[in-house]
Design a protein around this ligand. Structure first.
Ligand SMILES: Cc1cc2nc3c(=O)[nH]c(=O)nc-3n(C[C@H](O)[C@H](O)[C@H](O)COP(=O)(O)O)c2cc1C
Length: 317
């Protein structure tokens, strides 16, 4: 094989392996990579879709978008843009993207954040993230045609009520409870582990109730400086969910590189009635794809890394 092609293949394989660290709904990692000639294909893995919580597959595609963005960011660190065709074949909607090495670009360092990014569910500090950083994050989302809308102070109570309401509906619904039970009781390689979940304390916005014994101490944070943000798309179609996942990933890596921490809040989009009500908060403009809390971490220690599937389980040649 020609040396250049070999190097290109190695890079694409490395990028798809780095994508294993991407965040996903309940750590379900609902994707598969296929190395095919000089490009890789990213496929949605419907066998890992959450049937109660995510019947339309919006969070599945958000998760695939995060994996795709992790691969793109890894390629950029090696000095290449990615040539990406999103949802290239209408006859095969589960083919999420075709991905290969693009043009040479100046290498950037965002990929270094991949190993430091975690879902941090602990309360954050009193200090609010700097306005200039929030503006940068908005621009990162914009590059994916996604609006990062910060919930205004006077809207936080209504947002918290929407999160609490969604949580109550999910607690009362056996389909949601079944998904949580499955994905918090995995043997290894995926799912949410007790060590990443904090015990319930009084919080402005209540974290998701995983219905397991929490293994992570909440610590001294107050969440007073925490901001709540919505990833908002113009449409509400699979391509918008994919873009929102790419934006979620890149915003999260960018804020990690700035020393901030975050955790997504998706209950509000999982329950259709609450998702529609949330549109009211946006003034009826745009579609909320997922929410996120962003703040200054109080503790230097990170939550423990969460498990991942092996590259042999997710990558075929
Ligand atoms: C689309 C999406 C939705 C998520 N929703 C929530 C959520 O509602 N609550 C939560 O605590 N974590 C949420 N997460 C975080 C995942 O549980 C987390 O990414 C996964 O367990 C892997 O852990 P890590 O992010 O620390 O690598 C979400 C992640 C994604 C990508």
């Amino acid at each position: 094989m020609d040396r250049d092609l070999r190097a290109e293949l190695d890079l694409v394989a490395e990028a798809s392996i780095a994508a294993l660290r991407a965040p996903s709904i309940l750590n379900s990692q609902p994707w598969r990579w296929r190395l095919n000639g000089e490009h890789a294909e990213l496929w949605a893995d419907r066998s890992r879709q959450l049937t109660g919580l995510d019947p339309d597959g919006r969070l599945l595609l958000l998760s695939c978008g995060a994996a795709l963005n992790h691969a793109v960011v890894t390629l950029r660190a090696a000095g290449y843009s990615a040539a990406v065709e999103r949802r290239p074949d209408p006859a095969q909607p589960d083919l999420v993207a075709r991905f290969g090495r693009g043009e040479s670009v100046p290498a950037d360092t965002l990929a270094e954040a991949i190993g430091h990014r975690h879902t941090d569910r602990r309360p954050f500090g009193d200090e609010r993230p700097a306005a200039s950083v929030l503006q940068e994050l908005r621009e990162v989302a914009r590059r994916h045609a996604v609006h990062l809308q910060i919930v205004k102070d006077e809207q936080v109570t209504a947002f918290a009520a929407a999160v609490a309401h969604a949580g109550e509906i999910e607690r009362d619904d056996p389909r949601f409870r079944a998904d949580l039970r499955v994905w918090t009781n995995r043997a290894h390689g995926d799912g949410v582990t007790a060590q990443s979940v904090v015990a319930a304390t009084r919080r402005t916005v209540a974290p998701r109730d995983f219905a397991i014994k929490a293994g992570l101490e909440a610590g001294p944070g107050s969440d007073r400086g925490t901001v709540y943000a919505l990833f908002v798309t113009d449409g509400d179609e699979p391509r918008d969910w994919l873009a929102a996942g790419e934006a979620l990933s890149e915003v999260w890596l960018a804020l990690t590189a700035r020393g901030l921490a975050a955790s997504p809040i998706s209950e509000v989009v999982e329950v259709p009635g609450v998702r529609h009500a949330l549109r009211g908060l946006l003034g009826g403009v745009g579609q909320p794809a997922v929410a996120m809390r962003i703040g200054v971490p109080v503790r230097e220690t990170q939550p423990p890394p969460t498990p991942r599937r092996s590259s042999s389980a997710t990558l075929t040649v």
